[in-house]
Design a protein around this ligand. Structure first.
Ligand SMILES: Nc1ncnc2c1ncn2[C@@H]1O[C@H](COP(=O)(O)OP(=O)(O)O)[C@@H](O)[C@H]1O
Ligand SMILES: [Mg+2]
Length: 237
């Protein structure tokens, strides 16, 4: 069963004054379990719009979306929130950590919606995730007491805490220097290989995209390339 099945998805934004913009123009995409996919494309080509749809943060104007075999297009907001929380971990460019909370509390945040765990179990689970990203010893610190690269690792720990089916990452290395970007991407790659977690990641940097196996290139709302990342990079030389 595919994790993601997108069929002929269109997204149109309607603006004040009757203006409209067709941002996604009939996109088809299937992602199998344990794939690692990079999405590239020029600025404004619709990558974030597409990621928001994949993450059930927004709905397509038309077309179908099956997530883990379930059609999400027709779900209510509550149902969407539920499936999102259970199946997807998000990593953003800006880390999105709460500055007044400890790293443990930040990582435990998505567990609030899960009534199955006690508070102690939640904190233990968060600490386990911090250990996984190599930050166990900083568990009681606050985000502004650690580096940007470490903050992004905390965000990854938070994304993993619910044991999601897949990770969606929109420009996760956009605020990091190239050495730290490499560290973060190596970590994603390890996670994908060792735990089989499905990863879909947006980047505009070829060096970052190459950590995935498959590349999807979106240009002006259409998929222009979908295939092996190395084959694509060879073609560009
Ligand atoms: N909420 C919105 N309302 C109206 N237009 C939007 C909205 N979000 C994005 N857009 C427009 O859609 C186009 C694609 O944006 P986006 O998906 O963010 O592209 P990318 O992430 O590839 O840079 C841009 O022209 C952008 O201005
Ligand atoms: Mg974007």
């Amino acid at each position: 069963m595919s994790v993601i099945e997108i069929k002929n998805v269109c997204k149109t934004y309607y603006m004040d004054g009757g203006m409209k913009q067709n941002v996604l123009k009939g996109v088809n995409l299937t992602v199998e379990k344990s794939e690692f996919v990079s999405i590239m494309g020029p600025s404004g080509s619709g990558k974030s719009t597409f990621m928001n749809i994949l993450g059930c943060l927004d709905r397509p104007t038309s077309g179908k979306y099956f997530l883990g075999g379930k059609q999400v297009s027709g779900m209510s907001d509550d149902e969407l929130a539920h499936i999102r929380n259970r199946m997807i971990g998000f990593v953003f460019q800006g880390f999105n950590l709460l500055m007044r909370r400890t790293l443990t509390d930040n990582v435990a945040l998505p567990l609030i919606y899960d009534n199955r765990l006690t508070k102690e179990e939640e904190l233990a689970r968060a600490k386990e995730m911090l250990k996984l990203v190599g930050l166990a010893r900083f568990a009681d610190r606050f985000p502004n007491q650690i580096s940007g690269g470490m903050q992004q690792r905390v965000a990854i720990a938070r994304a993993l805490v619910n044991n999601p089916e897949m990770i969606l990452a929109d420009e996760p290395t956009g605020n990091l220097d190239s050495k730290t970007s490499d560290e973060i991407m190596t970590f994603f790659q390890q996670l994908n290989k060792e735990q089989g977690i499905t990863i879909v990641l947006v980047t505009h940097e070829p060096d970052v995209a190459q950590y995935a196996k498959r590349l999807v290139r979106i240009v002006d709302g259409n998929i222009e390339y979908d295939g092996d990342v190395k084959t694509y990079m060879e073609q560009q030389k």
